[in-house]
Design a protein around this ligand. Structure first.
Ligand SMILES: Cc1cc2nc3c(=O)[nH]c(=O)nc-3n(C[C@H](O)[C@H](O)[C@H](O)COP(=O)(O)OP(=O)(O)OC[C@H]3O[C@@H](n4cnc5c(N)ncnc54)[C@H](O)[C@@H]3O)c2cc1C
Length: 387
C-alpha cells in the first residue's frame, strides 16, 4: 500500500514544533541573525522539548522516536528559520549519532546523556581547508603514541564546534596505511584539549545565527580510547553518517521552500499594484504554484528516502535524489519569493531575505549537488574509467 499520510504521533510532533517555531522563534530570530549571535535561549528550549533526543531510544536518554521524526521537526523549524534548524541537524546527526552508532558503551555513557538532551553540542570535523568533496584526501593525521593519539591538522567550516555548550568534535584523521591506501579513523576530541584551537566565527552569507569555525590541532593529545569505532573505519562511518544526514538536510530544505510559499501567499493578498492585489495577477499565481509544486515533490522524495531508511532498505540513491532536488527547490523558491516581495524581499527585516541568504548553502553542505549526482550515477552502475 502506498501512503504518505503522517501517523497520529508524527502529526502531533509536527504541530508542536510548528507552534514553537511560530511563537518562540519567528518573533526573535531576525535580531540574532542580524547580530550573528548564537541563539542559546532558543536552543535551550529546543532541548527542553526533547528535540535533540528525537531519534534516540529512551535507554540512552532519548525520546524513543525515529529519524523521520527528526526530519519533521527540521522541516517545521526551517519553515521559519534555518540557523536553528541546522544547529539541531548538526547536533543530532553529526554530533550525537556517530557516537550512538559507533561508540563503545563507555563513550556512549560519557557523551550521550548531555548530547541527547541538548545540554551539550557535539560537532563532526571532516572537511579541511584543502577540500571537502574528496573526503578520502584527508590530510589531518593521528599518530599512536602509547596510550594516546597525537593529532595534527586543520578542519574547515565545522558546525557547532565553538559554542559555549560544545563539548566535543569528532575528527577524521589518517592513522596509517594498509595495502597502499590511507587508513582514515574517527577520533573524539573533547573541547578544551590542549593543542586544539577553535578559531573565531566565520563571517557567512547565511545561517548567520549558527556556529561555524575553523579548527586546528597541533600535537593535540587524546586518550587512545577516544577512537570512535574501529581503526581505519572512520571514512566508511562518515559516509554512512552522511547518507542519513542528507535526508535530514533534504527535510530542512523542504522547510525553507515551504516557508517561501507561506510568506508569499500571505504577502500577495496584502500588497497592491495597479489597483489590484498582486496575488490576483496570474504571473504571480503561477510563480507561487510552481513553488508549491517543487516543495511537494521534494517532500515526497525525502519521505521516500526516510521510509526506506527506517525499513533498513538501501536508501543511498534516494537520499542523494532527495538532497539534490530539495536543495534546488529551496534555492528556486527563495529566488522567486524574493522577486514576489519586490524591494522588501531585499530587506533583512523580512524572512524571505533571510531565506534567500540561507538557501545557497543547502546545495553545498553535506555533499554538493555535483556530489549527489556522482552518487546517483554510481548507484546506477555508471563507473569512471580510473576507478
Ligand atoms: C556553513 C557551513 C557549514 C558546514 N559544516 C560542516 C561540518 O559540520 N562538518 C564538515 O565536515 N564540513 C562542513 N561543511 C563543509 C561542507 O560539507 C563542504 O563545504 C562541502 O562538502 C564542499 O566541500 P568544499 O567546500 O571543500 O568544496 P570542494 O570539494 O573544493 O568543491 C568545489 C567545487 O567543485 C565541485 N567538485 C568537486 N569534485 C568534483 C567532481 N569530481 N566532479 C564535479 N565537480 C566536483 C564541487 O561540487 C564544488 O562545486 C560546512 C560548510 C559550510 C559552508
Amino acid at each position: 500500500m502506498i501512503d504518505f499520510r503522517l501517523e497520529e504521533e508524527h502529526e502531533a510532533l509536527r504541530k508542536t514544533v510548528q507552534e514553537f517555531a511560530r511563537e518562540e522563534i519567528a518573533p526573535v530570530i531576525g535580531d540574532y541573525y542580524e547580530r550573528c549571535e548564537f541563539p542559546y535561549e532558543i536552543v535551550a528550549k529546543m532541548g527542553q522539548m526533547g528535540l535533540f533526543g528525537l531519534p534516540f531510544p529512551e535507554s540512552v536518554g532519548g525520546m524513543g522516536g525515529d529519524y523521520f521524526t527528526l526530519c519533521l521537526a527540521l522541516e517545521e523549524l526551517a519553515r521559519v528559520d534555518s540557523s536553528v534548524a541546522i544547529t539541531l541537524e548538526a547536533g543530532v546527526s553529526l554530533g550525537a549519532m556517530p557516537i550512538y552508532r559507533f561508540g563503545t558503551p563507555a563513550q556512549q555513557q560519557e557523551w550521550l546523556p548531555s548530547l541527547v538532551t541538548g545540554a551539550a553540542l557535539g560537532a563532526f570535523g571532516l572537511t579541511e581547508p584543502g577540500g571537502g568533496s574528496d573526503a578520502g584526501a584527508t590530510r589531518t593525521t593521528a599518530r599512536r603514541d602509547g596510550d594516546t593519539w597525537v593529532i595534527n591538522g586543520t578542519k574547515a567550516f565545522i558546525t557547532n564546534s565553538g559554542t559555549d555548550i560544545t563539548r566535543l568534535v569528532t575528527v577524521t584523521a589518517v592513522t596509517g596505511e594498509r595495502d597502499g591506501r590511507k587508513q582514515i579513523s574517527a577520533i573524539i576530541v573533547p573541547s578544551g584539549t590542549p593543542g586544539f584551537t577553535v578559531s573565531k566565527k566565520y563571517s557567512k552569507v547565511g545561517w548567520s545565527a549558527s556556529d561555524t569555525r575553523e579548527l586546528s590541532f597541533a600535537d593535540c593529545v587524546v586518550p587512545a580510547s577516544n577512537l570512535l569505532g574501529d581503526e581505519g573505519r572512520g571514512y566508511a562511518q562518515f559516509l554512512s553518517t552522511l547518507d542519513e544526514g542528507r535526508v535530514a538536510i533534504s527535510a530542512l530544505s523542504v522547510g525553507l521552500a515551504q516557508g517561501c510559499v507561506d510568506e508569499c501567499v500571505r504577502y500577495v493578498g496584502e500588497r497592491e499594484a495597479f489597483g489590484h492585489k498582486i496575488g490576483e495577477y496570474q504571473a504571480i499565481q503561477f510563480k507561487i504554484a510552481d513553488m508549491e509544486a517543487r516543495t511537494h515533490v521534494a517532500r515526497l522524495a525525502y519521505y521516500d528516502a526516510a521510509s526506506r531508511m527506517l525499513r533498513n532498505q538501501p536508501f543511498k540513491r534516494q537520499a542523494a535524489i532527495a538532497k539534490l532536488i530539495s536543495s534546488e527547490a529551496a534555492m528556486d523558491n527563495a529566488r522567486d519569493a524574493t522577486q514576489i516581495f519586490g524591494g522588501y524581499g531585499f530587506m533583512n527585516e523580512f524572512p524571505v531575505g533571510r531565506f534567500y541568504r540561507d538557501a545557497k548553502i543547502l546545495e553545498i553542505g553535506e555533499g554538493t549537488s555535483e556530489v549527489q549526482r556522482m552518487l546517483i550515477a554510481r548507484d546506477l552502475g555508471l563507473s569512471r574509467p580510473w576507478q
